[in-house]
Design a protein around this ligand. Structure first.
Ligand code: SAH
Length: 230
């Protein structure tokens, strides 16, 4: 079974429309929909915004459904001049840009429990996703890179510059690295797939309102494209 988590309804609704659902159960306010999607058994959940909601959802999914791999899908702010609204960023690894124990001598983003900064995504899942995405979107719109998560909507150039300099990230969002940490702690392969809704700069809130739904919906065909290959 494949686990799929999105934060907002726009990020999972197209998948749920296509799912042959067997069961829906609500735990801690989050509904888990299980059934068949693109010929594969899946469990799909909308976790809500931010790292805590995402962690609760991922851990519950592991304990209750034991998925063999986990996909986090959604939208993100694109970082860098080559990453445009409507592009797709696929994770090579995840960082928590708001994890900071540098005062104690640790590196920026160091996660003490795991003893690392970058949580590596599954190479196999990332490769399958990049390959499928390039066929759907064209290779110039597909980026493999670091995705940075934190409990802030990033909408200014200074913050954005800090995340780019500290971590070399290609996108920023609010859930991926939390789901990555839970997956890593459970020894389950994962990938994060983010369609770009904005560029995390001063125009981000306007762009997010305009493009969030469109970018989110475009990821559905990518997910249904990769599921038969897992
Ligand atoms: N109250 C709003 C909050 C949305 S937060 C709501 O419930 O709709 C923005 C969401 O989009 C988060 O899930 C985050 O992962 C993603 N996101 C898109 N652009 C982002 C940016 N520039 N910075 C941080 N997260 C971003």
């Amino acid at each position: 079974m494949t686990g799929i988590i999105g934060a907002m309804s726009s990020e999972v609704e197209k998948l749920l429309e296509q799912m042959e659902e067997d069961k829906a159960e609500k735990i801690s306010g989050i509904t888990y929909h299980s059934g068949m999607l693109a010929g594969r058994p899946c469990v799909v959940a909308q976790c809500g915004i931010g790292k805590v909601a995402a962690a609760v959802c991922a851990q519950t999914m592991f304990l209750r459904y034991a998925p063999s791999e986990l996909i986090n899908v959604g939208v993100a702010g694109g970082i860098g001049s080559g990453v445009h609204i409507g592009d797709v960023v696929i994770s090579s690894g995840l960082v928590q840009h708001d994890m900071d124990t540098t005062a104690l001598g640790d590196k920026k983003g160091f996660i003490s429990g795991l003893s690392l900064v970058v949580i590596p995504a599954s190479k196999r899942l990332s490769e399958i996703t990049v390959h499928t995405a390039e066929k759907i979107y064209g290779s110039e719109k597909v980026h493999l890179g670091i995705i940075a998560s934190g409990d802030q909507f990033i909408s200014d150039g200074k913050e954005l510059g800090r995340i780019r300099e500290d971590f070399g990230a290609s996108a920023c969002e609010m859930e991926g690295a939390s789901i990555a940490q839970v997956a890593y702690m459970n020894g389950v392969p994962f990938v994060v797939i983010r369609a770009i809704s904005d560029n995390a700069d001063e125009k981000a809130s306007g762009n997010f309102s305009e493009f969030c739904e469109k970018s989110a919906h475009e990821t559905a065909s990518l997910i249904t494209g990769i599921l038969p290959k897992l």
